[in-house]
Design a protein around this ligand. Structure first.
Ligand code: PRX
Length: 629
């Protein structure tokens, strides 16, 4: 891409009701931010003191570029902070999780009940030989047991690797092997749009190439229950029933790993992002409480799945560390009808609603008459995450859902950052199209390739200039890839996004600078989709690009050359589509496949995706001097 470029900025601004500012946890953003800048360690020290530690830390931070340690020598357990702290601190009977199933079934787990479930399941896992530091893969639908399994691992000090239940067998196998997981926790099926998703079949396929897995725990939901293979499968309910009720929380060093979560890389295999116990707990606790302004009576619904970082940080760890009530719903936003979500907001009195722009755009399409059928007056705060919230979607969200009353917190962050880094704090003026400013605790800027800040109105690279508590510590098994984040632009963590600032410091995120495609808020690596396509016998080479889409932000378009003897046509398109779906899951399936005689390449043989993209979008391909004949 060009060094820097000019961007036309949106100028609309919304002023929030002064009452929500006055009552917010951060009533004065400017002051909070300057207090943080004045004494960053003191700022985080204060936050960390609001949580329970088994041993205090010696130093808030140790920064040895590009390696950080936070709350050095402090000892804690994050599950203890999410459960025991509340059970003994007056929230015993408060609902922790309200689960809603597509069938309409509901289940409420109070903090006490969740605490019990977690302790029993932790004992169950330990009876299978899971201990501190061991990896457990969790591949489940959106059910309370998924969260129980995560917290049980955290309680034991085992490292969880949650794989989104929508991934296919190859994607699952790769993640299991990379993390070297000993135990897999899964379910027989998930339910979606009235259909059953055969998770156990996908698991059994994956397990043919994952020698590290010793046991699989299966939550059986279907009736009659499927027979399990006693040599390698354990029934979830039986495991819990025979486990002892009490399980002390293991004392963890601040820097012990808490989880691995895979995110697509721009080249090569997905990266296992490693987060640690202490800093991650403090960062997610602080941002959940302050950015969403969580009060004691709030009911928070984050519509993500715990299989993504949004679910890890803002369904599970952040909100539960704060002690709030969390809603989870299995299924899709428009099933059985496009009013399904709004009915749930009304029935459960949801006050804080956090979703993705792709969902908002889908609701826009169905029309404002759907939310208008329900009483949404309980809503107080609306959040957005995953991709740019375009001004039209902002306006619709603000008026049709928020009734012109609720502040919108558009939160920019990543799997790697673990917590929100940019938003418009409650009570601050909102600018549609802009995520906002760095939160107190984060130092974010827009710079050129050499790391110099660019002037307002000029696009550049989004970077983070100082370490933060919940930053990734490494890429599992590949520290070299970790260092790349910090040595691409001198002195900075490079997020891989392009952005622009306005005169007042509001940041607009423009999209990815690299070969990642954000489809419906999910990061897809071009390399992963291309290798899935090439693994089909008919395909010689493949190149994929992102194509703007009104609903999903982007869709994937694949250009494919065929091996001699293969015949292009609709039949092959269908077959390749099925092939990618089976391998990577529905999120990575190309919306379009085009057959080509050859792909544009550099003289050194690299596929030039930007040439394909320019042709597809009718744009100037830029410098093509390296294009081969
Ligand atoms: O491109 C940015 C986009 O999502 C990327 C991070 O993806 P992932 O690690 O999967 O985490 C998604 C949920 C935190 C970013 O590099 N992104 C995320 N939030 C926003 C966003 N783009 C614009 N505005 C946002 N609020």
């Amino acid at each position: 891409m060009a060094e820097t470029f000019a961007v036309k900025l949106e100028e609309r601004c919304y002023y929030p009701d002064p009452r929500c500012k006055a009552a917010a946890w951060t009533p004065d953003y400017t002051r909070a931010y300057s207090e943080f800048l004045h004494d960053p360690d003191g700022f985080w020290d204060q936050v960390a003191r609001e949580l329970d530690w088994f041993e205090p830390w010696d130093r808030v931070k140790e920064w040895n570029y590009p390696y950080a340690k936070w709350f050095v020598n402090g000892r804690l357990n994050i599950a203890y902070n999410c459960l025991d702290r509340h059970v003994t601190g007056g929230r015993r009977d408060k609902p922790a999780i309200i689960w809603h199933a597509e069938s309409g079934e509901q289940q409420v787990l109070t903090y006490e009940a969740l605490h019990h479930e977690v302790m029993r399941f932790a004992n169950g896992l330990s009876s299978l030989g899971v201990g501190k530091g061991e990896r457990v893969c969790i591949y489940m639908p959106l059910v309370p047991e998924q969260i129980v399994a995560m917290l049980a691992c955290a309680r034991l000090g085992a490292v969880h690797s949650v794989v989104f239940g929508g991934f296919g067998a190859d994607a699952l196998a790769m993640r299991i092997n990379d993390a070297d997981a000993k135990v897999l926790v899964t379910a027989d099926v998930g339910y979606r749009r009235g259909k059953t998703i055969p998770l156990r079949e996908i698991v059994n396929d994956a397990l043919t190439r994952t020698p590290c897995v010793e046991k699989t725990v299966v939550l059986r939901r279907e009736i009659p229950a499927a027979d399990l293979d006693p040599a390698r499968e354990v029934d979830y309910a039986e495991l819990v029933a025979r486990a002892a009720p009490d399980c002390p929380a293991v004392s963890m060093d601040s820097e012990d790993p808490l989880f691995i979560l895979y995110t697509s890389g721009s080249t090569g295999a997905p990266k296992g992002i490693v987060h640690t116990c202490g800093g991650y707990m403090v960062g997610t606790y602080y941002t959940a409480r302050h950015d969403f302004d969580i009060k004691e009576t709030d009911v928070l619904w984050c519509t993500a799945d715990p299989g993504w970082i949004t679910g890890h940080s803002y369904i599970v760890y952040g909100p539960l560390a704060v002690g709030t009530t969390v809603v989870i719903a299995e299924g899709t936003p428009d099933y059985p009808d496009p009013g399904a979500y709004w009915q749930l907001v009304q029935d459960l009195g949801v006050t804080i609603f956090y979703t993705a722009p792709t969902a908002i755009r889908m609701f826009m399409r169905y029309g404002a008459e759907w939310p208008a059928k329900y009483d949404l007056s309980s809503l107080r705060v609306l959040g957005s995450v995953g991709e740019p919230l375009n001004p039209e979607a902002f306006e619709w969200y603000y008026h049709a859902i928020g009734g012109g009353r609720c502040p919108i917190v558009d939160t920019w962050w990543q799997t790697e950052t673990g917590m929100h880094m940019i938003t418009t704090m409650i009570g601050e003026p909102m600018r549609p199209g802009f995520a906002g400013k760095p939160i107190p605790g984060a130092v974010v800027d827009v710079v050129d390739r050499r790391g110099n800040p660019v002037p307002p109105g000029t696009g550049g690279f989004l970077v983070i200039k100082e370490p933060w508590p919940s930053m990734l510590r490494t890429v599992h098994g590949n520290d070299e890839r970790y260092r790349t984040y910090w040595n691409t632009i001198p002195g900075c963590y490079t997020a891989g996004d392009l952005a622009v600032k306005d005169e007042e410091g509001y940041i607009m995120v423009l999209g990815r600078a690299d070969d990642l495609i954000v489809v419906a808020g999910h990061n897809i690596g071009t390399a992963e989709v291309e290798s899935a396509l090439v693994s089909h016998e008919a395909v010689a080479e493949a190149a994929v690009i992102g194509k703007p889409d009104a609903l999903k932000g982007n869709v994937i378009k694949a250009f494919v050359t065929l091996r001699v003897g293969a015949t292009p046509g609709d039949g092959l398109v269908d077959e390749l589509t099925r092939h990618v779906k089976k391998s990577l899951g529905p999120v990575a399936v190309p919306a379009e496949i085009e057959f080509m005689d050859r792909l544009p390449k550099t003289r050194s043989g690299k596929i030039m995706r930007r040439v394909l993209k320019a042709r597809e979008l009718g744009m100037d391909p830029g410098d093509i001097s390296t294009l081969e004949e």
